[in-house]
Design a protein. Sequence first.
Length: 132
Amino acid sequence: GSYRDLTDGNVLSYAWTDALFGISGRRGLQVGGRLEFGDSRVDSDLYYAPEGLVSALGIARFARLAGKSGLDVEAGLGPSHDERVGERIVGRLRAGWTHSWTSRFRTIVVGEYGQTPDYRRTNFGVTLGYRF
Protein backbone atom coordinates (compact mmCIF):
# COMPACT_ATOMS: atom_id res chain seq x y z
CA GLY A 1 0.00 0.00 0.00
CA SER A 2 0.93 3.63 0.02
CA TYR A 3 0.12 6.83 1.92
CA ARG A 4 0.85 10.26 0.42
CA ASP A 5 0.50 13.48 2.41
CA LEU A 6 0.65 16.21 -0.24
CA THR A 7 1.63 19.87 0.14
CA ASP A 8 -1.81 21.04 -1.01
CA GLY A 9 -3.38 19.44 2.09
CA ASN A 10 -4.67 16.35 0.33
CA VAL A 11 -3.94 12.82 1.49
CA LEU A 12 -3.98 9.85 -0.92
CA SER A 13 -4.07 6.30 0.38
CA TYR A 14 -3.96 3.03 -1.55
CA ALA A 15 -4.01 -0.60 -0.49
CA TRP A 16 -4.06 -3.81 -2.49
CA THR A 17 -3.67 -7.52 -2.03
CA ASP A 18 -3.07 -10.34 -4.49
CA ALA A 19 -3.85 -14.04 -4.26
CA LEU A 20 -2.18 -16.06 -7.04
CA PHE A 21 -2.08 -19.82 -7.50
CA GLY A 22 0.20 -21.86 -9.75
CA ILE A 23 -1.38 -23.95 -12.49
CA SER A 24 -0.37 -27.60 -12.30
CA GLY A 25 1.65 -28.63 -15.35
CA ARG A 26 2.08 -25.02 -16.54
CA ARG A 27 5.46 -23.84 -15.34
CA GLY A 28 5.51 -20.12 -14.61
CA LEU A 29 1.75 -19.60 -15.05
CA GLN A 30 -0.40 -18.31 -12.17
CA VAL A 31 -4.02 -17.17 -11.93
CA GLY A 32 -5.91 -15.46 -9.13
CA GLY A 33 -7.19 -12.08 -8.14
CA ARG A 34 -6.40 -8.65 -6.80
CA LEU A 35 -8.40 -6.34 -4.54
CA GLU A 36 -7.54 -2.64 -4.70
CA PHE A 37 -8.73 0.19 -2.48
CA GLY A 38 -8.03 3.92 -2.79
CA ASP A 39 -9.27 7.13 -1.22
CA SER A 40 -8.36 10.79 -0.85
CA ARG A 41 -9.23 13.57 1.56
CA VAL A 42 -10.44 15.95 -1.19
CA ASP A 43 -10.93 15.89 -4.97
CA SER A 44 -8.45 17.66 -7.23
CA ASP A 45 -8.67 19.12 -10.73
CA LEU A 46 -4.87 18.88 -11.09
CA TYR A 47 -4.33 15.14 -10.50
CA TYR A 48 -6.20 11.89 -9.96
CA ALA A 49 -7.57 11.63 -6.43
CA PRO A 50 -9.73 8.52 -5.93
CA GLU A 51 -12.95 8.71 -3.97
CA GLY A 52 -13.93 5.38 -2.44
CA LEU A 53 -12.16 3.35 -5.13
CA VAL A 54 -12.74 -0.41 -4.94
CA SER A 55 -11.58 -2.79 -7.69
CA ALA A 56 -11.66 -6.58 -7.99
CA LEU A 57 -9.57 -7.92 -10.85
CA GLY A 58 -9.04 -11.42 -12.15
CA ILE A 59 -5.29 -11.82 -12.72
CA ALA A 60 -3.22 -14.04 -15.01
CA ARG A 61 0.57 -13.96 -14.59
CA PHE A 62 3.45 -15.61 -16.41
CA ALA A 63 6.97 -15.43 -14.99
CA ARG A 64 9.95 -17.35 -16.28
CA LEU A 65 13.70 -17.20 -15.73
CA ALA A 66 15.89 -18.54 -18.53
CA GLY A 67 19.61 -18.28 -18.05
CA LYS A 68 20.50 -14.68 -17.25
CA SER A 69 17.14 -13.23 -18.35
CA GLY A 70 13.71 -13.17 -16.78
CA LEU A 71 10.29 -12.28 -18.13
CA ASP A 72 7.28 -11.33 -16.01
CA VAL A 73 3.91 -10.53 -17.68
CA GLU A 74 0.68 -9.85 -15.79
CA ALA A 75 -2.81 -8.98 -17.05
CA GLY A 76 -5.97 -8.23 -15.08
CA LEU A 77 -9.58 -7.37 -15.80
CA GLY A 78 -12.58 -6.75 -13.57
CA PRO A 79 -15.17 -4.40 -12.10
CA SER A 80 -14.19 -1.17 -10.38
CA HIS A 81 -16.19 1.48 -8.53
CA ASP A 82 -15.30 5.08 -7.73
CA GLU A 83 -17.86 7.26 -5.90
CA ARG A 84 -17.31 10.12 -8.34
CA VAL A 85 -18.02 8.28 -11.61
CA GLY A 86 -19.62 4.96 -10.64
CA GLU A 87 -18.78 1.53 -11.98
CA ARG A 88 -17.02 0.23 -15.07
CA ILE A 89 -14.84 -2.64 -16.19
CA VAL A 90 -11.14 -1.78 -15.94
CA GLY A 91 -7.92 -3.48 -16.97
CA ARG A 92 -4.27 -3.68 -16.16
CA LEU A 93 -1.24 -4.94 -18.09
CA ARG A 94 2.36 -5.11 -16.89
CA ALA A 95 5.42 -6.57 -18.60
CA GLY A 96 8.93 -6.66 -17.21
CA TRP A 97 12.22 -8.01 -18.49
CA THR A 98 15.36 -8.43 -16.39
CA HIS A 99 18.81 -9.34 -17.64
CA SER A 100 21.90 -9.91 -15.51
CA TRP A 101 24.87 -8.96 -17.67
CA THR A 102 27.39 -9.91 -14.98
CA SER A 103 27.17 -10.90 -11.32
CA ARG A 104 27.10 -7.16 -10.46
CA PHE A 105 25.41 -5.42 -13.41
CA ARG A 106 21.72 -5.81 -14.31
CA THR A 107 19.14 -4.12 -16.55
CA ILE A 108 15.40 -4.01 -15.82
CA VAL A 109 12.82 -2.79 -18.37
CA VAL A 110 9.17 -2.41 -17.30
CA GLY A 111 6.07 -1.23 -19.13
CA GLU A 112 2.67 -0.86 -17.47
CA TYR A 113 -0.85 0.22 -18.40
CA GLY A 114 -3.68 0.51 -15.89
CA GLN A 115 -7.01 2.21 -15.37
CA THR A 116 -9.66 3.01 -12.79
CA PRO A 117 -13.17 4.30 -13.55
CA ASP A 118 -11.86 7.89 -13.83
CA TYR A 119 -8.14 7.57 -14.60
CA ARG A 120 -5.71 5.90 -17.00
CA ARG A 121 -1.94 5.56 -16.61
CA THR A 122 0.92 4.37 -18.77
CA ASN A 123 4.38 3.88 -17.30
CA PHE A 124 7.66 2.85 -18.84
CA GLY A 125 10.89 2.50 -16.93
CA VAL A 126 14.48 1.37 -17.43
CA THR A 127 16.76 0.63 -14.52
CA LEU A 128 20.48 0.06 -14.78
CA GLY A 129 21.69 -1.56 -11.59
CA TYR A 130 25.13 -2.14 -10.17
CA ARG A 131 25.59 -4.18 -7.02
CA PHE A 132 28.54 -3.16 -4.83
